[in-house]
Design a protein around this ligand. Structure first.
Ligand code: ZN
Length: 433
């Protein structure tokens, strides 16, 4: 890494700005724009000549580089990550009020650690659909002022909480307060409309979510860790975009490097834009449409996909939750994830590929396996591997507090992941097995 300091600063800025999947895609597209990538649209004809391109579908994005006509020869070298994070999202009606306070209802998205959303200063972001001049317009909104809070019940009113644990009912206990009764703004919809200087009647609908307004921060005695919301999985998104952006300065021989950032991983990937959708297969189809069908399948047989997502670091306070023969450390290097029940897509071949690429470049790696008596999480790896039938490897970097509103990872790991992806996108993995 030429300048680790600036890489970390760029990562922190990316995470602070990417408070919703739509904002993550916007941030990523701005990075690619500065590197000379061209945005193309799914409803246009595609010019399939050489160049660097990206296409956006809502909160998902696919980017790639074609150096010349021979690029398809060795297939695609794909990195995939996800733009969404578990959080709390707004409902369609925002009119609640109780005991002198104005509130609104929320729904959990994915599997957030609910307690981590209490007593935080919360902002809101996402997209609004506005009616203007007889048409519907989508606009992104990001409010980083602390406009609401979900107050925890005082211990005097909940004496057993420290012994018996905190139980939160999402319908009753996760309603934020945002204003006093009797104030000028009637409903939260009025507040949202005021933020974009539009009448409330023109505001038709929204995909909005809360975020902790505290910025990403380096912590630890040697500033060795990164504390932020959405580390899962914006760290992987940022590494992937940085890696493909830097490739535009070099010619990649006989290979199409590609980065896929998918929405909806945290809710199972089955949507029009998720990893289980036709987004990636349709892009592959269009990029290979000028070739013979057999050329397409020959290329796919040589292709590989790195599915990059957060990995569990071994928690020092809960060693019983981990397989002690597969300990994972913060700043301990690339984590290769294995699961014999296909919760991760990595095969023996894929594991050996990644280890070899790490070994030949002096990069550290660690092997993760879940405890055999616990259910294992999953990623977009198995989904994409099944859709395309290509060798897929689940990797990531270690983190603590996964799915908290504020997660923790190693600063060095984030740099290492970027470097690893750069090497992979440029040269692919070994294919001589
Ligand atoms: Zn994840």
């Amino acid at each position: 890494m030429e300048n680790p300091q600036s890489h970390t600063l760029q990562l922190m800025e990316f995470m602070d700005n990417s408070t919703s999947p739509y904002h993550a895609v916007k941030e990523a597209s701005e990075i690619l724009d500065t590197a000379g990538f061209n945005r193309i649209y799914e409803d246009h004809d595609w010019d399939l000549s050489a160049g660097a391109f990206y296409v956006i579908r809502d909160g998902s994005m696919i980017s790639w580089i074609v150096s010349d006509a021979t690029s398809l020869g060795n297939g695609f070298a794909i990195v995939a990550a996800h733009t969404d994070s578990p959080n709390l999202r707004l409902k369609p009606v925002l009119t609640g009020e109780k005991f002198g306070l104005k509130q609104f209802g929320l729904e959990t998205y994915g599997s957030p650690l609910l307690n981590t959303w209490l007593d935080r200063d919360l902002g809101i972001s996402g997209r609004l659909i506005i009616s203007k001049n007889d048409s519907l317009i989508e606009t992104l909104v990001q409010i980083n002022d602390p406009i609401c809070r979900i107050p925890q019940l005082a211990i005097h009113l909940d004496r057993t909480v420290n012994d018996e644990g905190l139980i939160l009912n999402p319908q009753n206990h996760l309603r934020p307060i945002w204003n006093d009764l009797g104030s000028v703004m009637e409903t939260f919809k009025d507040f949202l409309a005021s933020q974009i200087s539009e009448p409330a009647t023109s505001l038709k609908s929204w995909d909005l979510m809360l975020h902790d307004v505290q910025s990403a921060t380096r912590i630890g005695a040697e500033n060795q860790w990164l504390s932020s919301g959405r580390i899962d999985n914006l760290v992987s998104c940022h590494s992937a975009i940085t890696a493909i952006k830097d490739l535009t300065e070099q010619k990649v021989q006989n290979r199409i490097p590609m980065v896929c950032l998918f929405n909806h991983e945290e809710v199972g990937s089955t949507s029009a834009t998720g990893a289980a959708s036709n987004f990636l297969p349709s892009v592959v189809e269009r990029l290979t449409s000028q070739h013979k069908t057999s050329d397409k399948y020959r290329a796919l047989s040589k292709s590989t996909l790195l599915s990059a997502d957060g990995a569990h670091a071994t928690h020092p306070n809960y060693p019983e939750k981990h397989d002690i023969e597969h300990q994972i450390s913060l700043n301990g290097g690339i984590v290769i994830k294995r699961n014999n029940n296909e919760r991760y897509a990595t095969t023996a071949t894929g594991q050996a590929f990644v280890q070899t690429l790490c070994d030949s470049n002096g990069l550290p790696y660690q092997l993760f396996s879940n405890r055999s008596d616990m259910n294992c999480g999953s990623t977009i790896g198995p989904v994409t591997s099944a859709l395309l039938g290509i060798e897929t490897i689940d990797i990531g970097i270690a983190q603590l507090s996964m799915h908290s509103s504020r997660e923790l990872c190693g600063v060095e790991d984030a740099e290492l992941l970027t470097l690893f992806m750069k090497l992979y996108l440029k040269s692919g993995l070994f294919s001589n097995l």
